[in-house]
Design a protein around this ligand. Sequence first.
Ligand SMILES: NC(=O)c1ccc[n+]([C@@H]2O[C@H](COP(=O)([O-])OP(=O)(O)OC[C@H]3O[C@@H](n4cnc5c(N)ncnc54)[C@H](OP(=O)(O)O)[C@@H]3O)[C@@H](O)[C@H]2O)c1
Length: 373
Amino acid sequence: MHEKTAKTTSSYDESLTRRAIDLAEAGRGRVSPSPLVGCVVVSNDGEIVGEGAYIFSEVTHAEIYALNEAGERARGGTAYVSLEPHAHHGRTPPCTEALIKAGIKRVVCPMEDPNPLVSGKGFQELESAGIEVVRGILKDVAEKQNEKFICWHRNRRPFVHLKSAMSVDGRVATKTGDSKWITSASARQYGQQLRYEYDAILVGADTVRADDPALTDRTGKPRDRDLLRVVLDSSLRTDPGSRVVSTAPEHPTLFVAGSEGESKAEEIRGSGAEVAVIQGGPRNVSVVLDELYTRQITSVIVEGGPSVAGSFVESGLVDKFTFFLAPKIIGGEAAPAAIGGEGPSALTEAIGLRDMTFELVGPDLMITAYPSE
Ligand SMILES: NC(=O)c1ccc[n+]([C@@H]2O[C@H](COP(=O)([O-])OP(=O)(O)OC[C@H]3O[C@@H](n4cnc5c(N)ncnc54)[C@H](OP(=O)(O)O)[C@@H]3O)[C@@H](O)[C@H]2O)c1
């Protein structure tokens, strides 16, 4: 079942680290609020004897799956783990303890746990037990895989991914607000896959008014946490007959309002949706993210519309962008552009993008990028 391998070289370490990272993908969409983790155990004669991945609801950690599969053959072997093994008692006993007990002699791991409370402690414990720890191989790849988890711990707020579908001239609707659909069914299906990977989806009150969207994850894939639908609506003016309100009993829904919405809060709550009335109202997206943080929301996909997108961009609180560009031109001064807000006066103030990738999804061009530091 498992391939037999030759001696220990750095390219060999790299390929097995990659294998551990690939294994971790089994948990995508199923680990929040924990990280994606994969593990490969190689015996001292170079055979892969155990593999594992973490899925939150299964509780057992990747290292434990791999060690259990390896059994006695782990003794004297190497464990490739995509994230620093934890040294503390959480829902499970420490993985460091299990690695030590199994007689592992070497641990190869690309990155430290970003949680400041435990960061580096797992490595320390392994080294104190005489285990060689090799760090940093494929660090960038491993960090990208756990970008949501890293943001959550380092910035103490959810990872924010802004997604927008537009014409090649950057319009998200016509001058009359017609927006269904700009992009193809393939792009919309891809958008569903993105929703699958997030804890929450967020829109503004005018998108609910204009499109009456369901804002659900329709991939049909198993989720460990329901997708939380978040609507920013200062005065709670959303129609109680809207789809998002009427389906609140089946799909968790949170309205974020200001004090001007208090009089309507009971009616919305009566529908089964939650209402959070926050200081200063939802115009301050940093406070909105604080509210989501207290609810253990580690990641949020912002799907519009332009005003809300503008607020996030101007606050510098977007971690990742995905733009779908449809092969059509809408044009017209009054047709809304993807990102609203004030906008900068000088080009030097424009937001630079890095690590841009392009992919055709059906007839549409998907651009994914990160804001430059
Ligand atoms: N192509 C796409 O990808 C896409 C996606 C979504 C929407 N759309 C289109 O975009 C249009 C709606 O967009 P929109 O820009 O008019 O409205 P929007 O961004 O959906 O909602 C704006 C409203 O949300 C409320 N809000 C609360 N907190 C906010 C904040 N921090 N920042 C901004 N607004 C906040 C404000 O109302 P209060 O002051 O009352 O709270 C504001 O008027 C529709 O035509 C829709 O079809 C397109």
